[in-house]
Design a protein around this ligand. Structure first.
Ligand SMILES: *[C@@H]1O[C@H](CO)[C@@H](O)[C@H](O)[C@H]1NC(C)=O
Ligand SMILES: *[C@@H]1O[C@H](CO)[C@@H](O)[C@H](O)[C@H]1NC(C)=O
Ligand SMILES: *[C@@H]1O[C@H](CO)[C@@H](O)[C@H](O)[C@H]1NC(C)=O
Length: 384
């Protein structure tokens, strides 16, 4: 049941994405993907091509796929028949949802290339020969198994590469060194070639969730050189250990749904920007979580739901959201978990910032102890 100010919890949850967006630190170089801004972002092609009628069962053989959808020859120079070109956005090429098996020939002045939702299984260098200005390539939801190493040599200015929802078994080699975002979630990646990220000092976002990465696949130094990395997502893999040498500038670390049993003492020392940690659905027990391991002053959001904890780990006064639901907690002593001297407290300004606390699915029953309410003066919602 909900207690305290439960009715505010919905509002709080709705506000979360806004908060998250506001808190994303902006560094020297512009970090935002070019996609969203109203002036620069090319809109989706008007009007959408007639949706292909999808067969009920996903076709097994490429020959069973519906035929590619081609346009009549375009009045625009270089515009491939597999794509839409919009004179308002001469640098964008829209080729998504076309049943394509191959990447069409990319015109030289293309910056944004949309190839999402096709049946492409291999990417060769040929179509990219003159596309040296490409900054954004979206190949999500295809059948990619193989990327020719030569492809990336043709497009050295690439900043964003999206290949989520494909059939890749390894991280491609020779990725452009200036790349800022790499999304390869929902593939079958188990291989991370040694040094594959070693020259990628500009990478800000690395999304590897929903793959088959184990401790053995991650070399000790796999992430070491990613000096600008801010978001690392390794959720839904088969890790048993915390990854080694995660760069200290990181802002968001997601490790949900692995089999992690413990966090080494001092693992998060020197992480001065870390604000979001997600470790839901792992195998963490009290033994595996050193009491002070989350004493991270930048931390705002800590998810430890669906583990085996019976003790609430130490939190700092800055933490705003704590998810401890579905663990094995039997007692809650507000005085002990209060990151603060309860007797010195009067001032709301210095009271612990915790606003949202989930404790349901433990061995606790209401009411919420008075000392918890007394300590966490900013609490809007507690679920017990
Ligand atoms: C690439 O550019 C060269 C030189 O501008 C041109 O001769 C050639 O036809 C172009 N190739 C393709 C495939 O567009
Ligand atoms: C917790 O972190 C703060 C700030 O980083 C530090 O000053 C303090 O000594 C730490 N506390 C413990 C018990 O390690
Ligand atoms: C909570 O912990 C404090 C300090 O350890 C202790 O003095 C107090 O008796 C505890 N309260 C309960 C209800 O067990």
């Amino acid at each position: 049941m909900r207690a305290g100010f439960g009715s505010y919890s919905l509002l709080l949850l709705l506000l979360c994405p806004v908060l998250l967006a506001q808190r994303t630190p902006q560094r020297g170089r512009p970090r935002k993907p070019p996609r969203p801004t109203a002036t620069r972002k090319p809109p989706h092609p008007p009007p959408p091509p007639p949706a292909p009628v999808l067969p009920e069962v996903e076709p097994a053989e490429p020959t069973d796929f519906p035929p590619p959808i081609l346009n009549p020859p375009s009045p625009f120079d270089n515009c491939p028949r597999e794509c839409d070109c919009n004179p308002m956005y001469p640098n964008a090429l829209y080729c998504e949802n076309r049943n394509l098996r191959r990447v069409p020939q990319i015109p030289p002045d293309t910056h944004y290339l949309y190839l999402r939702n096709n049946y492409i299984d291999e990417v060769t260098a040929e179509p990219f020969k003159n596309a040296t200005d490409l900054k954004w390539v979206d190949l999500a939801n295809n059948r990619l198994r193989r990327i020719d190493r030569e492809v990336f040599k043709k497009i050295p200015n690439l900043l964003y590469l999206y290949m989520d929802r494909n059939q890749l078994k390894e991280i491609p080699n020779d990725l452009p060194e200036g790349l800022e975002q790499l999304r390869v979630s929902h593939n079958q990646i188990s291989k991370i070639p040694p040094g594959v990220f070693s020259k990628m000092g500009h990478l800000v976002l690395l999304d590897l969730h929903h793959n088959r990465i184990s401790d053995g696949n991650l070399g000790k130094n796999a992430f070491k050189d990613l000096k600008n990395l801010m978001q690392l997502n390794l959720a839904h893999n088969i890790l048993r250990k915390m990854p080694n040498n995660v760069p200290h500038n990181i802002f968001q670390l997601f490790l949900d749904r692995n089999n992690i049993e413990d966090i080494p003492q001092g693992y998060f020392n020197h992480f001065n920007n870390l604000a979001f940690i997600r470790l839901n659905y792992n195998q963490l027990s009290d033994k595996g979580v050193p009491k002070m391991v989350f004493n991270i002053s930048s931390l705002l959001d800590l998810h430890l739901a669906h583990n085996k904890l019976s003790i609430v780990p130490h939190i700092t006064a800055h933490l705003e959201h704590l998810h401890l639901n579905h663990n094995q907690i039997e007692h809650l002593n507000g005085t002990e978990i209060c990151p603060f001297d309860m007797h010195a407290r009067h001032d709301m300004e210095v009271a612990p910032r915790l606003r949202y606390l989930r404790l349901d699915g433990n061995h606790l029953s209401p009411p919420v102890p008075m000392d918890v309410i007394n300590c966490f003066r900013h609490l809007h919602s507690i679920v017990i």
